[in-house]
Design a protein around this ligand. Sequence first.
Ligand code: AVJ
Length: 321
Amino acid sequence: SAKENPSSVGPEEGTPPNEFTKDVIAGLTAPQKTLPCKYLYDEAGSRIFEQICELEDYYLTRTEAEIFSSHLPDIAKELGTGVTLIEPGAGNCEKAEPLLAIMESPEAYIPIDISPEILLGARARFEASQPELLVRPVIGDFTQMDRWGDEEPGNRQVVFFPGSTIGNFTHQQAQNLLQHFAAQMAPGDGLLLGVDLVKDSVVLERAYHDDRHVTEAFNKNLLRRINRELGADFDLDAFSHRAFYHPLRQRVEMHLVSLKDQQVRVADLSIPFLEGESIHTENSHKYTLESLASLLNKAGFQQKHYWTDTNNHYVICYAEI
Ligand code: AVJ
C-alpha cells in the first residue's frame, strides 16, 4: 500500500470523504448546479473512461497515440538527454512508457496520481520493461502539490501532461496550473502537452455523445457514486446525458438534465430540480494553435515545437520556460 512505500509523499488516500460531501453540496445548491469533474473517476468511472478511449467516436486517444507513434524519435530528441520526466495525473502511465524507452538516458520518471494502486502497478511494470530506469511514484492531487520530489538540482525536468487533461480547466485555471508547474521548474525545463483542437462541432459532439452510450454511463456514474458514498437517492432514469459544443467558450460541456420536477435527497438536504434543469458535470476546452501559444506564453512558457495529425484534430506541443 501507499503507507508502506517510503518513496511516496503526499496524502495516503485520495480526497477525504468530507471534501467530497462539501463539494457535492456546494455544487448542487448553486444557481447553476454543478459537480467537479474530478469525481467522475472513481473505480467504476475510471473503467468506463478506458472504454471511452477505445470508442470510434472518441477520436482523442487514438489521434494522440497516432501523433506519438509517428513522431516519437523526434519528440524524444526535443526533450533532450538526462531528463527527469514528471507526469501529473499519470494514471496507468501507459503513454510515458514508450516515450521513456526511446528517450536518451532519462534520469528518472515521477508519475503523480491520487490512486496508489494504479501507480504501484505501473511501477512494477516498469521494473520488468525498463529495469535501469528510476521510477518514483508520488501519491497525491497534483493541483494541490507544492513539490513533487527531491530530485537532484541540475537535472533537467520535463513535465508530461498528455490526454488533453488541460481541457478540463478554464483558460484562467489552465494558466494558473501551468504557472504552478513553472514555479517548480528551472529555466530550460520543458513541458510536453497533449491538447485537443477546435474542429467541426459535429465531430466534437459525437465524441461526447457516442452512439454506444458509454459517455452517458460515464456521466451518470457520478450520480451512482453520490448515491453510494453519500447515501443519496438519485433516480438515474430521471436524468439524461447532454453534451454540446459551445463555440464562444470553445468547449464541450457535459450536463445531466432532470427529466421532471423532482426532489433528491443528498446527505441531509432535499435538492429541488425543475424539469429541464441541469447539473453541469464537465468542461472540455478545445484550443486553436493560436490560443494554445497564447496560454503557454501567459504562463511563462515558449513553444519550441508542435506535432499534429493530418486532420489537425489534435496537437502535441513542447515548450520550455
Ligand atoms: C480526460 C478530460 C481529456 O475531456 O475528453 C471524455 C474526459 N469526458 N469523455 C475529455 C471525458 C467525457 C476527457 N479528458
